[in-house]
Design a protein around this ligand. Structure first.
Ligand code: SAH
Ligand code: MG
Length: 214
């Protein structure tokens, strides 16, 4: 298994966010495998927050000479808003709104990844609906409301090229372990479509490979 180097690992682990180390490492490995399969095609991340998972994916992009598109409106998900479980007052700006873009930029700058990681600041459904470039990997880690997760699945899954990877975070088969939206609205529909097979599972990360164009 390929490994993120220690300098970038230290930066990733010091960045605010929700990507456990073992799952970041599995994502890193899956991204390398996708680049082996589809050299030259870019990677996309849906839901970057402060750039924690982006360090693992951006490091792959830099090593492989491809782009990583980091899609996020940076206004936080429902579960990041004040009063919710995953709220962090440190990412609220002077207008009282969540704005993780300055944190994301600082992370990419300190990681030295600004040339390969391209910020796509906006609504993931709107951006995905007009996207035209085939992807070696699409990592979906956006909002966890049902409608948001469903919209991300519909907007993005077809952009993964055959042989490429659809990676989904926060997939919990058992409702006791976490919210069901990524499981019910992304992971299950992807498998049920017949276009994807599961090739990896680490914590709540599921790695699916696109096997069929139809
Ligand atoms: N991958 C990150 C965690 C992402 S948290 C890490 O490793 O820590 C989910 C992110 O999805 C939040 O930053 C939120 O702003 C973004 N998000 C939620 N719904 C969105 C939407 N509809 N369009 C764009 N971004 C969205
Ligand atoms: Mg997540």
């Amino acid at each position: 298994m390929r490994r993120l180097d220690d300098r970038l690992r230290t930066i990733a682990l010091a960045t605010k966010g929700f990507m456990p180390e073992a799952e970041g490492d599995a994502l890193f490995d899956a991204a390398h495998a996708a680049c082996d399969e589809l050299p030259g095609l870019p990677l996309a991340e849906i839901g970057s927050y402060c750039g924690r998972s982006t360090v693992w994916l951006g490091a792959v992009a830099a090593e492989r000479g491809v782009s990583l598109y980091a899609v996020d409106h940076h206004g936080g998900s429902e579960e990041n808003q004040a009063g919710w479980q995953w709220h962090d007052p440190a990412v609220v700006n002077h207008d009282g709104r969540i704005d993780t873009l300055p944190f994301f930029r600082a992370t990419m700058r300190s990681a030295g990844l600004t040339e390969v990681v391209h910020e796509c600041v906006g609504d993931s459904h709107a951006i995905g609906a007009e996207w035209t470039t085939p992807l070696a990997l699409c990592f979906i880690d956006g909002g966890h409301g049902r409608d948001v997760a469903r919209g991300d699945y519909h907007a993005w899954h077809a952009h993964v090229a055959v042989g490429g990877v659809l990676a989904v975070h926060d997939v919990f088969a058992d409702p006791a372990d976490g919210g069901q939206a990524p499981h019910d609205e992304i992971y299950r529909p992807a498998l049920a479509s017949g276009r994807f097979i599961e090739v990896g599972c680490t914590g709540s990360l599921r790695v699916l490979r696109r096997v069929s164009a139809a």
